[in-house]
Write a protein that binds this ligand. Structure first.
Ligand SMILES: Nc1ncnc2c1ncn2[C@@H]1O[C@H](COP(=O)(O)OP(=O)(O)OP(=O)(O)O)[C@@H](O)[C@H]1O
Ligand SMILES: [Mg+2]
Length: 307
């Protein structure tokens, strides 16, 4: 649905985004992850036609965002980083206002308002002024005003920033519904767990450049280890040489009395681990877990920073 080809934006000598290329399909949530200042909002602003690119283009359903901005805009919904609502209007009035901007009106608009308030669990707040809504409710409403005109491409810039777990779940459920209805969704977040559970594919952007893309499994598959063995509660200086000798250890991390062995096959280490743990008894403890997106993200982005 969306083809992004070499998109870039520079401010003088500062390169905010460079050579951004990706494909986004209907019914897909693509998570764009990156540290502060990596270029996520700049990328979203270019795709939404708000910001003219310095290089490249993006084509949505055959329409160029660069050459046919006016035409493509009606197919795009943008959920901005900042809340963009009128506090002195009610929830329904805000939706009505944005609906009219996009040429939706009459009964169609009234039905759409009901549908959208329901989508984010705000049906009981229809006639409440935005100023009286909680922060989580404002974030949920902020999502809906981008959707009144049934956009095919939805660009969401950190829609769950500073939002409590309840509203976070409501937003995630709404995103899943939109995906089910066939929208293509570009989603930025700093919450790695949210990215793992919500996004079909992920892209990691660092210093304006997309440095990795793929499904969660594909990205985690690029790590040299498949499991992390975490050992806590052992006395300082405990000899773990027998454990380390049991198989391939890709690396060892030690901090605050915790030892983490990053390994390929944790099962090989179980017998010597059991020996050490049963020798010391509680509070010695072992946890074995698969690598997480957070670990991959920190590795990739800190490598970039070191370069
Ligand atoms: N209008 C502007 N003029 C000059 N530099 C800008 C402008 N807008 C953004 N930048 C710079 O472009 C880079 C990318 O910023 P951007 O806001 O896209 O990052 P981000 O990934 O959205 O960060 P965050 O996670 O903090 O929201 C930063 O170095 C930023 O300072
Ligand atoms: Mg941003």
């Amino acid at each position: 649905m969306l083809h992004v080809e070499g998109l870039g934006k520079s401010y003088g000598s500062l390169i905010a985004v460079t050579d951004l290329s990706l494909e986004l399909h209907a019914g897909e949530v693509f998570g764009l992850l990156g540290p502060n200042g990596a270029g996520k909002t700049t990328a979203i602003s270019m795709l939404s036609t708000e910001l003219p690119p310095s290089q490249g283009d993006a084509v949505l359903c055959g329409i160029s965002i660069r050459r046919q901005a006016g035409l493509v805009r009606r197919w795009i919904g943008v959920v901005p980083e900042e809340i963009a609502l009128y506090p002195k209007l009610t929830a329904a009035e805000n939706l009505r206002f944005f609906g009219r901007i996009y040429g939706v009106g009459g009964m169609e608009l009234e039905h759409r308002i009901d549908e959208l308030l329901h989508l984010v669990g705000l049906q009981g707040r229809r006639d409440n002024y935005v100023a009286t809504l909680s922060s989580g409710m404002k974030h949920r409403l902020n999502l809906t005003v981008a959707l009144v005109h049934r956009p095919r491409l939805i660009l969401m810039d950190e829609p769950t920033l500073g939002v409590d777990p309840y509203s976070r779940r409501q937003i995630a459920d709404a995103v899943r519904r939109l995906r089910q209805d066939g929208a293509a969704i570009l989603y930025t977040t700093h919450d790695m767990e949210e990215a793992e559970t919500l996004c079909d594919r992920l892209g990691i952007i660092s210093r304006g450049r997309l440095i990795a893309t793929g499904t969660l499994a594909e990205l985690l598959g690029t790590l040299e280890y498949t499991e992390a063995i975490q050992i806590t509660g052992l006395p300082a200086g405990t000899d773990l040489s027998e454990v380390q000798a049991a198989g391939d250890v890709c690396s060892i991390e030690q901090y605050n009395g915790t030892v983490r062995l990053l390994v390929r096959n944790a099962a090989r280490f179980l017998a010597p681990l059991h020996k050490v743990i049963s020798f010391y008894g509680p509070p010695a403890r072992v946890t074995i877990s698969p690598p997480s997106l957070k670990e991959l993200f920190l590795r990739l982005t800190s490598e970039e920073v070191r370069r």
